[in-house]
Design a protein around this ligand. Sequence first.
Ligand SMILES: O=C(O)c1cccc(C(=O)CC[C@H]2O[C@@H](n3cnc4c(=O)[nH]cnc43)[C@H](O)[C@@H]2O)c1
Length: 216
Amino acid sequence: MILAVAATKLEMEPFLQLVEREKTACLSLVTGVGPVETAVRLALFLAECDGKINLVLNFGVAGAYVGEPGHPEYLDICLAEEEIFGDFGFCSGNGIEYFKRAEFGKPRYSLDRQWLKRAKQILDNNRINAWSGSFITVNCASATLRRGNMLQQTWKGLCENMEGAAVARVCREFNISCLEIRAISNYVEDRDPSTWQLAEACEKAAHATYLIIKNT
Ligand SMILES: O=C(O)c1cccc(C(=O)CC[C@H]2O[C@@H](n3cnc4c(=O)[nH]cnc43)[C@H](O)[C@@H]2O)c1
């Protein structure tokens, strides 16, 4: 059974409408925004599931890093090859250095290669061109181009969100595969909410997620 997780009702609602309309079998969970709420609520949910979940499909919206040419654009679909806790470590103002001590945890989590390949193929078959690369999870959403560029360059990131690495970490704990798909709602630049395409990105992410579940 697949568990579809999103941070907010805004992201989940268009997906549930599709699932209900097409009578597709799937469990869903709204985790709340940020890595802490996400880890707590997902771990509690999975602990109650008695091993019946074989894939956690994390979906929603993300901010695209724009520091390098050839970045994802508004409403583009992105698939995570890996998730990185991007702002955990030492922050000097100009950059972030991850803790070297092993007991402080790992910054990077690879996502399931087989599911990633399958998702790409399904999207391709539906004429959706998806980006894939490193996703950065932050506690504090970047509100300046300078911070976005710093995170992008530190981790070679494609886009930024606030939950993905926590989902990947919890999935590893429960030995469950994890796939993450996001649509670009905004660019990571000096904050200007008037440029965000939140509702449209929620629709895009929900539709792509629905296609993957329907064709699996
Ligand atoms: O009002 C704002 O300026 C603002 C800043 C960051 C995020 C939000 C949201 O309402 C979205 C929450 C949700 O979306 C993901 N997300 C989307 N874009 C970004 C981003 O540029 N940086 C970090 N997270 C982003 C995130 O996963 C949140 O759950 C509003």
